[in-house]
Structure formats: C-alpha cells, structure tokens
Write a protein that binds this ligand. Structure first.
Ligand code: MG
Length: 382
C-alpha cells in the first residue's frame, strides 16, 4: 500500500532549553527531524512534506542534506494550521491514499509502527494511532493539597504518526469548528464520527520536550533494541494425496503430508520459531492437536496468532528464515510464492522473509521419502 507523510517541524521548542529549536538539534550526531524522515522514506513514503516555520529553510536544508523525496511548506500559527498546510501540499495525491501525520520531535519511529498503522487502515479503520497503556497510578490534584486517585483503566498515551486516508483527514479539518484547537489529528476524525483504532505504541517513540529528554534520546540512539531469537522444527509423514501445503502455498504433488491440521510443516516450524522468540511455549500449547476445531485447519491462522502475540508484547519481527528439507517436490519453482505468502501473513517487507530448501542426498527419513521436515528461525525486536 502506498502512503504519504506530513511531518510537523514548525514548533519553536523553547521548553527544550536554549539554542536552536529541538527539531534541528542533533541526537547521536543526526538532527532530530532527520531520524523520522529517513525511516519514512525507507518505508516507502511516496511523498513527504515537512512543515516548517518561516525562516527555518536553511536549518531544514542542512538537516536533510543528501536526502531525496521530500518537500516543504511553511506552517501556520497553530499545529492544526501547519498540518492543514502539509495536507494542501499533498493535494495532487490520491484522496484514498493513507497519510501519516508525524511530529518531528519523535525521532525514533520504527518500521513496525508504520506497517501496523497501514494495516489498520487497510482493515477498514478511518484512523489509527500508536498508543501505550498507562501503567503509572494516576492522581488528580494540586501539589501541597489533597489528591484523589483516578482510574487508569482504558487510558492510553497517544503517540504519532497518526494515519488516515488523506480525504478523511481533510474533511475532518474542514468540519472542525473555528477557534477550537484539537490536541491531535485523531481527535478531529473521532469527532467527525470516524472509527479510530489503536495500534501498539513504541516506548522508544518518546517525544523530546525537555532538556533531560535529549539525554534519554542519546542513550536510546546508542542502544540497539534488544533482539530475541527463536527456532522451530517440524516434520510430517507423506501419504496418498494430490497436493501439499508448504509455507501457505498449495503445490500440486502426487502425495500429501499427513497431519491433524493441513500439515504445513513450514508454517508449523515458523510458528514455533516466533513462539520460541517470545517464550510463549509451542504450537501445541496454543492449538492442541486433541482439539477437534483444528482438524484440517489452515495453518495460516497459527502463524498469524504467533505474530499477533509478538505485537501484543510490543515487539516486532525483524526477519524470518525457513528451510524445507525434502527430495520431492522441487521447492525452487514455488519459493517466490512462498516468500510472498509469508510476507503477507506476517505483514513484513519481502527482504525480511526467506524460504530455502535442501535435500539430504537420499539419507534419513526425508531422503527415503518417508516425510518432509522444516526448520525455521525468527528474530524479534522487543
Ligand atoms: Mg506440524
């Protein structure tokens, strides 16, 4: 799905301390704005508009030197006016194209967040935003006076980017009452009656506001996100049949694999690898073979369930690699289709998905044609 982006960089950012506005300051040697511009361009933004204040042209050119694929417009007196200026600059893009509206002061945007936002729109939402659950106990009051405790149930910390079909957001701005300042873009679409959904937020996507935030950002920039790895193995026996499911693709063959579900050993190994990476047991724990509802089931759902568990933990899948082990059928003619299917099921770019095949040169149970085996590795950022 193509998308475009508006990055609001028009603030003066005076709370971040003296010196230049925060979006032009460097974190780990790179201007704050440049971090998210690079991520959005790498993720495939077809058009990217940066909204700046008058007089900031030289700062912008210096911050994004050497990058192509962006343009800029001058913002207005308020954030809402700036976003609208950015949307107007995208008026020649298709109206139903998603637009991601992002604040320049959140440098550590990850590709998983972008993918989750686009997937939410693709699933029919009118808007989507990343959000983190509130974990601190909340108090209402004034320092030095009595306080009361307020429930945090159902409360979320909204982040950016926030994603909408461009025409949806333009219409929501047009309907917004003059003189009232929205706190974010999602609020406009909510009030216009649209369904705005939450996708998993990212603790790294913090907003740089105060001087101490920059010290935290320097630490985050230098620290790679922790990664975890999981591996999976599966084997199924050959039996009479006309086709076989492997990595979510049906292949015409003179035998089939025998199993309780569709016996897709590639998907089973990969599901176990994902579950292993997050310490969530194995496929049998989640989909017991004794449960009749999984008889003949498509293994797609097992993999999607494991990927959902990764995301529910705030994680994202870095890459996966599957090896199929058999003498027959020949896997090579189907490898491209298998990669595409896995990339689709996992919502990953194609270059993060690998499918390989090997024989065992006639040795062992795969070599004798008794069965097919699969192994997989998954790397997850958490
Ligand atoms: Mg299996």
């Amino acid at each position: 799905m193509t998308f475009c982006a508006v990055i609001v960089a028009a603030g003066s950012g005076t709370r971040a301390g003296p010196g230049s506005a925060k979006q032009w300051r460097a974190v780990a040697g790179k201007p704050v704005l440049r971090w998210s511009v690079e991520t959005l361009l790498t993720a495939g933004a077809k058009a990217l508009v940066v909204v700046i204040s008058p007089g900031a042209e030289a700062d912008l050119a210096a911050a994004l030197a050497g990058l192509d694929g962006w343009s800029f417009v001058l913002g207005g007196a308020t954030r809402a006016a700036s976003v609208q200026a950015g949307l107007e600059a995208l008026a020649d893009r298709p109206g139903d194209e998603p637009v991601l509206v992002h604040d320049a002061a959140r440098p550590f945007l990850g590709s998983a967040t972008i993918a989750a936002l686009l997937a939410a729109l693709d699933a029919g939402a009118d808007g989507a935003l990343p959000a983190l659950a509130v974990t601190d106990t909340l108090k209402r009051g004034v320092p030095g006076q009595g306080v009361t405790t307020t429930t945090r149930d159902g409360l979320w910390r909204a982040q950016t980017p926030q994603a909408f079909r461009r025409s949806t957001l333009v219409a929501a701005y047009a309907a917004w009452p003059a003189g009232d300042e929205p706190t974010d873009d999602a609020q406009l679409v909510e009030r216009a009656g649209g369904e705005v959904v939450l996708v998993p937020g990212d603790p790294r996507l913090l907003k740089l506001t105060y001087p101490e935030d920059f010290a935290m950002a320097e630490r985050l920039a230098g620290a790679p996100r922790p990664t975890r790895m999981g591996q999976g193995f599966d084997a199924h026996r050959w039996g009479p049949g006309q086709s076989v499911w492997l990595c979510g693709v049906e292949i015409v063959h003179d035998q089939t694999l025998i199993g309780h579900s569709d016996a897709d050993a590639g998907l089973h190994a990969l599901t176990d690898a994902l579950l292993g990476a997050i310490g969530e047991g194995d496929i049998g724990d989640h989909f017991p073979p004794t449960d009749p509802q999984w008889k003949g089931a498509s293994s797609d759902r097992f993999l999607i369930h494991a990927a959902d568990l990764v995301r529910a933990k705030g994680g994202s899948i870095v890459n996966v690699d599957v090896t199929l082990i058999c003498e027959r059928p020949k896997i090579k003619p189907h490898r491209a289709a298998m990669r595409e299917r896995l990339a689709q099921l996992l919502d990953l770019p194609l270059d993060r998905v690998s499918v390989k095949a090997t024989t065992t040169e006639g040795m062992g149970f795969t070599g004798r044609g008794e069965g097919l085996a699969a192994q997989a590795i998954a790397v997850v950022e958490v």
